[in-house]
Design a protein around this ligand. Structure first.
Ligand SMILES: [Zn+2]
Length: 286
């Protein structure tokens, strides 16, 4: 029995009849009739179609159905905007997130795609006109307070021509979720997002984790523990400041492994207590 004959036999098996309520159970209809019924069934009941038949369904159908559905698909494709994508790069500080973002953007650009990079205007460490990695790689960028202003500032016509948008330090953008959803779902752009997943307390930082359900891919990078050289997953703040957003580099933060995060956090907490008690003592002296 050939594969298609076997599938026809499966298709006509009365045990599938609950899926095809139009079918007479005792008397088989002609194959062309079945095709029309199946076409209507697939379009009206896309989710209920059984997984063991999905993807192979056109094999059951007549040539006229295959051609008409192909034409319909082509028409739908022509009227549909290009499909967007969202890729997320996370990890601790000094893990190479910005470097990975810039490499991906450069690759897209060398493939002839139009690209732009956005970073937060909160981070002024390397100036506002470019994204710079810790190892000195540089790329021009748009420094913005929020992402919703990008379309207007970039220019609507230029935005239409844009293929790829890179977002660096994404944890600083409160409107990250809505921006990514709209640009990928509705405008067909590829969005590559790099940012911290957690803060120095290993708690969610900004909205980066919120966009993971929207993403095509998620890459978690690691750094090297500054103390032992093993893989570092976390960022330890070396100073006594306690506010969540404290922008700084190696003077304030260090990447650490789990063991040295825990011991380092204990040491920093102890140092903080000593400093606070010294401040109190000084306060009572004056
Ligand atoms: Zn370590």
């Amino acid at each position: 029995m050939s594969a298609i004959t076997r599938m026809k036999a499966t298709f006509l098996n009365p045990k599938f009849s609950p899926l095809f309520p139009h079918l007479p159970k005792t008397k088989y209809a002609s194959f062309a009739h079945l095709s029309r019924i199946t076409e209507s069934f697939i379009y009206n009941n896309p989710i209920r179609f059984p997984s063991n038949l999905s993807g192979k369904s056109t094999l059951f159908l007549s040539n006229s159905f295959i051609c008409s559905s192909q034409n319909r698909n082509l028409q739908m494709e022509a009227s549909r905007p290009p499909s967007g994508e969202i890729h997320v790069i996370v990890g601790p500080m000094f893990a190479g997130k910005t470097t990975t973002l810039l490499r991906r953007i450069q690759l897209e650009s060398s493939n002839g795609r139009s690209v732009a990079i956005i970073k937060s205007s909160k981070d002024t460490r390397y100036g506002l006109d470019s994204v710079v990695t810790h190892d000195g790689m540089k790329f021009p960028c748009w420094a913005l307070k929020n992402l919703s202003s990008f379309r207007q500032k970039f220019g609507l016509e230029a935005y239409e021509q844009l293929d790829v948008i890179g977002i660096d330090e994404a944890q600083f953008f409160e409107d990250l979720y809505d921006f990514c959803r709209e640009t990928a779902d509705h405008d067909g752009k590829t969005v590559i997002v790099a940012g911290l997943d957690g803060n120095y307390l290993r708690k969610k930082f900004g909205s980066v984790l919120d966009i993971i359900p929207l993403a095509d891919s998620v890459t978690k990078l690691t750094a090297s523990c500054e103390i032992c050289g093993k893989r570092a997953f976390f960022t330890l703040r070396k100073t006594e400041e306690t506010q969540v957003e404290l922008i700084g580099g190696a003077d304030v933060y260090m990447p650490v492994c789990r063991h040295h995060y825990v011991s380092g956090q204990v040491a920093v907490e102890a140092a903080r207590h000593v400093l606070e008690s010294q401040k109190l003592e000084c306060g009572s002296c004056t």
